[in-house]
Design a protein around this ligand. Structure first.
Ligand code: SAM
Length: 307
């Protein structure tokens, strides 16, 4: 079952990543539009703001001072993660795309970053981008499965996974693998698509149908709710476990993507990008409507491994 799913994911990203980069840039994730989603800003800035807001939420006490990050590919003045002051820290970007976050974090923290993806096209492009930005010697990109990572226990200071958890066919194994490769005292940050909590009312048949459509179009096996992620994280266990639902803050992102999909450049690119990419573009409204109805949620799960 995973083999077929993984092939679909690989093909989806192999086929769509260059078009995405051409139209929307190197970040393949939502943007942040203020806590209630009302801030107006340029899409790319919103994506960088999402990274910064997530870092602030997860590492709050660890970050020193404020830095200007407006529109940078990555901030030029870097600083180490305070918890690993003694030298360069090691970050793992799980589901790294073409290395948007990876290069940003490498610059931001003066860190070494390893990125993994299922797509060879993405791994190659990430390497190329790292060289272009002079980060080739501090970054490493490879094709590897997040559920079976080729890394020793306790290898990384920070595990960063931005919008890849929804693709994982076993959410428990996913978090366990992230926990296994995290150093004691290190921080895990998982940001992922969820469905609404189901404690008070189970998903309706219409909601299930809506989710099935999203799964089909974006190559997802299934998603779970934020409280379910929190329960998995509790069992690992994680210290200082914190979760947040940022659906409101990110929902406006889909309006921007839908608008820009109808530019001539995007439509022309779509013509040559294959059926899975075209389907993805035609189905952008699924996510938009999912946020509107409260079915789709944008979840954050973070905490530290026991020292
Ligand atoms: C939506 S993209 C997010 C990319 C990146 N985090 C970003 O924000 O720009 C999802 C990524 O998850 C990766 N992915 C999905 N399933 C994976 C798995 N089992 N192991 C490793 N990577 C996986 C895909 O290859 C893709 O790079």
């Amino acid at each position: 079952m995973n083999a077929t799913l993984y092939q679909q994911i690989q093909q989806f990203y192999d086929a769509s990543s260059s078009l995405w980069e051409e139209i929307w840039g190197e970040h393949m994730h939502h943007g942040y539009y203020g806590a209630d989603g009302t801030e107006k800003k340029e899409r790319r800035q919103a994506q960088i703001d999402l990274i910064e807001e997530v870092l602030k939420f997860a590492l709050d006490e660890e970050l020193e001072g404020e830095e200007e990050t407006q529109g940078d590919i990555f901030p030029t003045s870097s600083r180490p993660l305070v918890s690993v002051n003694s030298g360069s820290s090691d970050i793992l970007d799980v589901g790294c795309g073409i290395g948007g976050s990876s290069l940003y974090l490498a610059g931001r923290f003066g860190a070494k970053v390893t990125g993994i993806t299922l797509s060879p096209v993405q791994a190659e492009r990430a390497k190329q981008r790292a060289r272009e930005f002079g980060l080739g010697n501090r970054t490493n990109f490879q094709v590897a499965d997040a559920l079976n990572m080729p890394f020793a226990d306790n290898s990384f200071d920070l595990i960063w996974s931005l919008e890849s958890g929804e693709h994982m066919p076993d959410k428990v194994k996913f978090l366990q693998e992230c926990h296994r490769v995290l150093k004691p005292g290190g921080t895990m940050i998982i940001v992922t698509w969820c469905h609404r909590p189901i404690d008070n009312s189970p998903l309706t048949p219409e909601e299930r149908k809506h989710l099935e459509e999203i799964y089909r179009v974006y190559c997802l096996p299934y998603v779970i709710s934020l409280p379910e992620y929190a329960e998995i994280a509790r069992q690992l266990p994680l210290k200082n476990l914190r979760t947040a639902d940022w659906s409101k803050a990110v929902a406006p992102f889909w309006n921007m993507v839908i608008d820009s999909t109808f530019s001539l450049q995007a439509l022309w690119g779509l013509l040559f990008s294959g059926w899975s990419t075209i389907q993805g573009a035609l189905s952008l409204g699924l996510m938009q409507r999912g946020y509107e109805s409260g079915l789709i949620r944008f979840g954050l799960i973070c905490g530290q491994k026991e020292s």
